[in-house]
Ligand binder design. Structure first.
Ligand SMILES: [Zn+2]
Length: 69
């Protein structure tokens, strides 16, 4: 199975439905995309990722400390 967002094959099952094998949730270890087996995935080319886009991503802005914590 390939990740629908970045085409990586490093996809694993994150969780399964608690009853009846109704669905599984997969997660991509490369871009952290996750999706349910019952979804019909359509990712616009704008949101697809490749190695170049991932390398050029900025850092996620840090969350400031809570006031009074
Ligand atoms: Zn991915």
């Amino acid at each position: 199975m390939k990740c629908p967002r970045c085409d990586s094959e490093k996809v694993r099952v994150m969780t399964k439905s608690p009853v009846g094998n109704a669905w599984e949730v997969y997660v991509c270890d490369k871009c952290i995309y996750s999706w349910r087996s019952t979804e019909e995935i359509k990712i616009s080319s704008t949101f697809r990722l490749d190695d170049k886009k991932i390398a050029e991503m900025g850092e996620i802005p840090p969350v400031p400390p809570l006031k009074g914590a």
